[in-house]
Design a protein around this ligand. Structure first.
Ligand SMILES: [Zn+2]
Length: 65
């Protein structure tokens, strides 16, 4: 099932996590090597914790189309 990630404080989906990327010379792309627990919310402009919610069926159809 698809999920959405939200700020635990305000519910915004405009959230980020700290991560570590490695350069892949074969694909010429930065690849995500690790994702850390530290999270930031752009709406709160502060550190936050994240909550996962199951994606609503209407939203899931839009993504599939
Ligand atoms: Zn927030």
């Amino acid at each position: 099932m698809s999920i959405t990630i939200h700020c635990a404080h305000c519910g915004s989906e405009n959230v980020h996590r700290d991560a570590f990327a490695s350069w892949n010379t074969k694909t010429q792309e930065w690849e995500l090597a690790a994702v850390y627990d530290a999270a930031t919310c752009e709406a709160c402009e502060n550190d936050t914790t994240l909550t996962e919610r199951p994606m609503q069926p209407e939203t899931a159809r839009e993504v599939a189309a």
